[in-house]
Design a protein around this ligand. Structure first.
Ligand SMILES: Cc1cc2nc3c(=O)[nH]c(=O)nc-3n(C[C@H](O)[C@H](O)[C@H](O)COP(=O)(O)OP(=O)(O)OC[C@H]3O[C@@H](n4cnc5c(N)ncnc54)[C@H](O)[C@@H]3O)c2cc1C
Length: 392
C-alpha cells in the first residue's frame, strides 16, 4: 500500500488531498503536512486590510480528518528526497512513497532594503501580514496622507497589487478621506496592464482608464531601490532597461507585493529545485531527478513562466489543473504505469476593482494566444465576491 504525503494545505494542497482521496486504492494512506491548522486564503487577502483578516481564514484540520486524511500542522522543516522522508517542524520524521509539494511561495522581502512588514511597507501575501496591514490601515485612516502601492521587481503576482490599490481607493471614498490620500501605483511591469503576461487585448487601455478615473497615478517599468520609514526610492527604467528617472515618493501608507522564492525546506536541493528554490517538474508535474516527487501551484518552476518577461502569477484555475494532472499521474505510477496527464496551464482571473471588476482568460498563459480575452464590468466584481465570499 502507498503512503502519499502532501506538503502545503492551500489551494493546491487541499485540492490534491481531496482528489487523491478519490483516486487512492483502499488501504493507501494520505497525509497532509501544513505549517498551520487553518486554510489561509491568499486569494482574498488584498481586501483584508479594509475588511478584516478573520474573513480570509478558517480551520481545515477537522475537514481533512473527517475524510480519513491524516493531518499535521507541524510544517515541513526539510525534505530528504534520497531517503523518501520529511523532517517535520516538531523534529519527527515522516516517510513517504509519493510526495506532492504544494507549498506556494516564500516572500522575498530581503531583496530590497526596508521592504516588508519588518521594514516600512505592508504586505498581503500571508495572513500574519494582513493583520499588521489592517492595523496600519486603521492608523492611516486617522491620519491620511500619500499612498504608494504596487509590485516590486521580481514580483509575479500583479493582480493582487491592482486589487489592493482599488480596494484602498474604495475604502477611502467610503470613509470620505480620499481627497487627503493621493495614490501612486509603482510597478515593475513594463506598462500598466502587462500583468506579467505581456498584456492581453485591451488590458492596458482598460486598466489605465480605470486608474485615471480613480485618480491613481503610476510609475511603470520601476525598480524599487530602497525604502525608508516615510519614503520610497524608485528608479524608472527606459525601454532599454537602463535607468531613466529617479523618484523619491513620500508615503504615509505603502503596500508592495514582493518577489517570490521557494520555501526553505527544499532550498538548494540539487536536482529538485531551481536556483530560486522552485520545484523542477516535467510536463507531468513530476521531478525528473526524484520521480516519486510531484509539485503543483506556485511552488513549481514552470518552463512556460520562465519564458515570460516577468515570472507569471498562477491563478486558482491553473493550480487546480496542475494538481489534477499530478494526482492522476501518481495513481498511474502506483499502478506501475507511466504518467500521461498534463495540465492546461491556462489562466482564468477575476479581479475586484472595488465596485467594478476585470476578468481575463490567458490561453496559453505565457505570451497569451488567440484564445485570450480581457473584459470588465460589475459582473466580474460580483462573481469575484461570490467565489471568495470575502469581498462584499
Ligand atoms: C495577495 C495574493 C492574492 C492572490 N489573488 C488570487 C486570486 O484572486 N485568484 C487566484 O486564482 N490566485 C490568486 N493568487 C495566487 C494564489 O496564491 C494562487 O492561485 C494559489 O493560492 C496558489 O495555491 P498554492 O497551493 O500553490 O499556494 P498557497 O495557496 O499559497 O498554499 C501554500 C500552502 O503551503 C503552506 N506551507 C508553506 N510552507 C510550508 C511548509 N514548510 N510546511 C508545510 N506547509 C507549508 C502554506 O501555509 C500554505 O497553506 C493570489 C496570491 C496572492 C499572494
Amino acid at each position: 500500500m502507498a503512503h502519499i504525503v502532501i506538503i502545503g494545505a492551500g489551494s493546491g494542497g487541499l485540492s490534491a488531498a481531496y482528489e487523491m482521496d478519490e483516486l487512492a486504492r483502499p488501504g493507501d494512506r494520505i497525509t497532509v503536512v501544513s505549517d498551520a491548522a487553518d486554510l489561509r486564503f491568499a486569494e482574498a487577502s488584498p481586501w483584508s486590510p479594509t475588511k478584516g483578516a478573520d474573513r480570509v481564514e478558517f480551520s481545515v484540520a477537522e475537514q481533512l480528518q473527517r475524510k480519513g486524511i491524516a493531518f499535521t500542522a507541524a510544517g515541513a522543516r526539510r525534505v530528504h528526497p534520497a531517503q523518501n522522508r520529511i523532517e517535520l517542524g516538531d523534529g519527527e520524521f515522516l516517510d513517504y512513497d509519493f510526495l506532492m509539494i504544494t507549498t506556494g511561495p516564500k516572500v522575498a522581502f530581503d531583496n530590497i532594503e526596508g521592504l516588508g512588514p519588518n521594514g516600512y511597507t505592508q504586505s498581503r501575501c500571508h495572513v500574519e501580514h494582513t493583520v499588521l496591514a489592517s492595523e496600519a490601515w486603521e492608523r492611516f485612516i486617522a491620519n491620511p496622507g500619500p499612498i504608494v502601492v504596487g509590485a516590486v521587481q521580481g514580483a509575479s503576482c500583479f493582480g493582487a497589487a491592482y486589487e489592493s490599490a482599488f480596494a484602498m481607493d474604495a475604502d477611502l471614498r467610503r470613509r470620505g478621506v480620499r481627497d487627503r490620500a493621493p495614490m501612486t501605483f509603482v510597478t515593475a511591469e513594463p506598462f500598466i496592464g502587462h500583468l506579467g503576461l505581456g498584456g492581453m487585448e485591451d488590458s492596458r487601455t482598460m486598466l489605465e482608464s480605470a486608474m485615471r478615473e480613480k485618480n491613481i497615478g503610476w510609475i511603470a517599468n520601476a525598480s524599487v531601490t530602497r525604502v525608508e520609514p516615510d519614503r520610497m526610492h524608485v528608479t524608472e527604467l527606459g525601454t532599454d532597461g537602463a535607468p531613466d528617472k529617479q523618484h523619491v515618493l513620500s508615503f504615509n501608507y505603502s503596500m508592495m507585493v514582493p518577489a517570490f522564492r521557494g520555501i526553505d525546506a527544499v532550498s538548494g536541493i540539487e536536482g529538485l529545485v531551481s536556483p530560486r528554490g522552485f520545484i523542477i517538474i516535467d510536463e507531468f508535474q513530476r521531478n525528473p531527478r526524484y520521480p516519486n516527487i510531484y509539485a503543483a501551484g506556485v511552488a513549481v518552476a514552470s518552463a512556460a513562466a520562465a519564458r515570460a518577461p516577468a515570472d507569471t502569477a498562477k491563478t486558482g484555475y491553473m493550480v487546480e489543473s496542475t494538481t489534477t494532472a499530478a494526482v492522476n499521474n501518481i495513481r498511474e505510477q502506483i499502478d506501475n504505469r507511466e504518467p500521461t496527464h498534463k495540465a492546461s496551464w491556462n489562466q482564468v482571473c477575476l479581479a475586484s476593482l472595488g465596485g467594478s471588476g476585470l476578468s481575463f482568460v490567458a490561453l496559453p498563459h505565457a505570451q497569451p494566444g488567440d484564445g485570450s480575452w480581457f473584459s470588465d464590468g460589475k459582473w466580474t466584481y460580483l462573481a469575484r465576491c461570490t467565489s471568495c465570499d470575502a469581498g462584499c
